[in-house]
Design a protein around this ligand. Structure first.
Ligand code: ZN
Length: 307
């Protein structure tokens, strides 16, 4: 299907399965659990760098530290759903660079998650404290430099497409993660704003986030939505109505495409089927905006042929 506006739709899965009816597929080859699965030649590879339960289990002293405790799952001072390695840990950094080169060679390209500091106030381990003091920079500037320089090294290893995932915080990414969007735009082909939620019932906020990123990012950006994660109870996942509405509202705000996260292909197909069946909703959403909205809805309508 020909689209005038630059918009692409993809799947984002834990299983190496490609649902029909999308432009591309992203496979989570290394998640924050640290567990790795083989890349697939005609899928993109998503790698979580510093969030890595396996690395922290094998090297407890590598964990990122702060005055509010370590970056350990269960430290509720932060939003940690996994353990995070210190972002300056040299052995982890080097191993991940080699791993990325390998994964890049065996797939369509690399999408990075967690390629930055764990959260605000991280990391104050002895190495980071010493590196910061030696740098002569402010704490925030030093963290920013550490992140940016590492991404520059990643860029040298990844010969195909490099997509940098960023947290859905357009205001405080520097203070929280050491992420400067302009710095990363020099290395990213595309950004991906991870807007994972189990509830999209407040579309105003998702649209506002999309508008903020459209204003700030100097490269195109995708938005990833949460559909159905591994082990989810079907009662606790977003409805197709919410997903379609949030997608349309972010499309009119200028997002360049969407990814839908599921465990495997069967949950994608269930979403496609539900979306196709929502004839009245899609009719109403047609009135929400111009070309990008129409193209998104045309895309969804095309799923009729494959479900
Ligand atoms: Zn550290």
């Amino acid at each position: 299907m020909k689209r005038a506006y630059w918009m692409k739709l993809g799947t984002y899965t834990f299983q190496p399965e490609k649902a029909q009816g999308f432009d591309f597929h992203v496979l989570r080859v290394k998640t924050e659990t640290g567990i790795r699965i083989p890349p697939v030649q005609d899928m993109y590879s998503n790698v979580a760098i510093f969030a890595d339960n396996v690395a922290v289990r094998d090297h407890p002293d590598w964990i990122s530290r702060s005055l509010l405790g370590p970056a350990k799952m269960g430290n509720n001072n932060f939003n940690f759903y996994w353990d995070v390695v210190c972002a300056t840990q040299p052995e982890h950094r080097a191993e991940q660079l080699n791993y990325l080169a390998d994964v890049d060679g065996r797939s369509l390209g690399v999408w990075l998650n967690s390629q930055y500091f764990a959260e605000h106030g991280h990391c104050i381990c002895p190495r980071c404290s010493s590196l910061w003091k030696k740098s002569g920079l402010s704490w925030l500037e030093w963290r920013r430099r550490e992140v940016t320089e590492y991404i520059a090294q990643v860029r040298e290893k990844v010969k195909k497409e490099l997509v940098l995932c960023i947290q859905p915080d357009p205001v405080s990414s520097l203070e929280r993660y050491g992420v400067d969007f302009d710095d990363l735009a020099k290395y990213a082909d595309v950004f991906n704003v991870v807007m994972f939620s189990k509830n999209y019932a407040t579309p105003w906020y998702w649209e506002m986030l999309a508008r903020a990123f459209k204003k700030l990012l100097k490269k195109p950006f995708y938005i990833s939505f949460y559909v159905f994660g591994p082990g989810d109870n079907p009662k606790n996942v977003p409805t197709a109505q919410e997903l379609l509405t949030a997608s349309v509202r972010c499309a009119r705000a200028g997002a360049n495409g969407f990814l839908y996260l599921t465990d495997g292909a069967s949950q994608i197909r269930a979403f496609q089927k539900a979306a196709v069946e929502m004839v009245e909703l899609r009719k109403k959403l047609r009135s929400y905006g111009g070309q990008p909205v129409q193209e998104f809805l045309d895309f969804v309508e095309n799923w009729r042929k494959i479900i």
